[in-house]
Design a protein around this ligand. Structure first.
Ligand SMILES: [Cu+2]
Length: 126
């Protein structure tokens, strides 16, 4: 019974990833389909401590594929940019495409203590 349940979950997970893989195949002009391969044009590292981001202002160009790395130097913080579906909840990197210009707020997505709500920054796409 337990084993059956496990294989059911495995099958579900597998089909989910297959479906996700198919979702990308619609783009016409892309020369390769390996969008998840980790190619990027700009790299930004944001250090987080209690209770501040550094830098608290990130500037990129519209169209950049941004590799954003969060480094916690003190405490445990997250980095969330809702506009670009970015949400790092621990040290790590994510790649997103800055496909719209403007100024977007980012903030800490992990409840980290008294100064949590002060942890804010700006992403400027120009
Ligand atoms: Cu926080």
């Amino acid at each position: 019974m337990k084993k059956n349940l496990f294989s059911l979950i495995a099958v579900a997970a597998l089909s989910a990833s297959v479906l996700a893989g198919c979702g990308n195949s619609g783009s016409s002009s892309a020369s390769d389909s390996s969008t998840s391969a980790g190619d990027y044009t700009t790299e930004v590292t944001v250090n987080a401590k209690s209770f501040e981001f550094s830098p608290s202002e990130i500037k990129v160009k519209k169209g950049d594929k941004v590799k954003l790395t969060l480094k916690n130097t003190d405490g445990a913080h997250g980095l969330e940019i809702p506009e670009f579906n970015v949400n790092l909840q621990k040290n790590g990197s994510v790649i997103f495409e800055a496909d719209k210009a403007g100024t977007f707020d980012f903030d800490c997505s992990v409840m980290c203590g008294a100064g949590h709500s002060n942890m804010k920054g700006k992403l400027i796409v120009e």
